[in-house]
Design a protein around this ligand. Structure first.
Ligand code: HPA
Length: 276
């Protein structure tokens, strides 16, 4: 499987390089309901995942499945509009293919956003900068290593970059936005967690829960990218309140914090580009 995977990744890279002549510094991973942020960028090129040889295609509503290359506030970015989730049936290795492609193209930073359930900060619309994570999903680095990108046993002592995190905290403060900080835990999904699983997560030190980001961060760190992550709380996690999670609407939840995220993101990019 892994031999094929590396071949597939290399083919995808070759295919992508035949379609775009742009070297991004920053990869933006936009979660459900935030893809529209890309509408405000100065677009150079759009490449649909389905047009890249061997690339998995995202199947979730609200996720478009394409790379958008261009500029935001002068920063050279590639936006991953639509991420690939483990719960869709992709392997963790497949989930990080777009991240690895961005790294191969030269991206040095990954700035990700996601929709999460809130454990410590359960208000819909709360925003939490991720300072560490716990992954309950198999590692996306399992299988043959790809030394072109990184080491067999990459360090995970500080996966979220302190300098860039401080920039983002400073921007939020200037904008008077209450940006929480905490630990993200990734469950496999697609079912939401039980109340007991959330109690367990809380005991383990998790502040927000989701189904996407930890494996992406592992992929990015393996490739040496510096990482910033923002979790948008779209529901109180199971058992934190007594509502059921039948009607979680990620896009609506994210819409509550979309302006805050956009402001933090754009102003942070302007500063992050100066320290690369
Ligand atoms: N749990 C897991 N993933 C999620 C949640 C949740 O409560 N809300 C949004 N994504």
């Amino acid at each position: 499987m892994s031999d094929n995977y590396i071949q597939r990744l290399e083919n995808a890279y070759k295919s992508l390089m035949g379609k775009v002549n742009f070297s991004p510094d920053i990869l933006l991973v936009l979660g459900s309901g935030l893809g529209d942020i890309a509408d405000e960028m100065q677009v150079e090129t759009v490449v649909e995942y389905r047009d890249i040889d061997g690339m998995p295609i995202s199947t979730v509503d609200g996720h478009k499945g394409r790379f958008v290359f261009g500029y935001i506030r002068g920063a050279k970015v590639v936006v991953m509009q639509g991420r690939l989730h483990y719960y869709e049936g992709y392997t963790p290795q497949e989930c990080i293919m777009p991240i690895r492609l961005a790294a191969l193209m030269g991206a040095k930073v990954m700035f990700l956003t996601n929709a999460s359930g809130g454990i410590t900060y359960p208000e819909i619309g709360d925003l939490m900068r991720i300072t560490d994570h716990i992954s309950l999903v198999p590692s996306p680095l399992r299988g043959e290593n790809y030394p072109k990108l990184g080491k067999r046993f990459p360090d995970m002592s500080k996966p979220y970059d302190e300098e860039l995190g401080n920039i983002v905290d400073g921007v939020a403060k200037e904008l008077n936005i209450d940006l929480k900080k905490g630990v993200y835990i990734q469950f496999q999904g697609p079912n939401f967690e039980t109340a007991s699983e959330i109690r367990m997560a809380k005991t383990l030190g998790a502040d927000a829960v989701g189904m996407s980001s930890a494996i992406e961060v592992i992929g990015a760190r393996h490739a040496g990218m510096r990482v910033v992550g923002l979790a948008c709380i779209v529901n109180p996690a199971c058992g934190i309140t007594d509502i059921t999670l039948d009607n979680v609407n990620e896009s609506e939840g994210v819409a509550k914090s979309a302006d805050k995220i956009r402001n933090i993101l754009f102003n942070s990019l302007e500063r992050i580009k100066e320290v690369l």
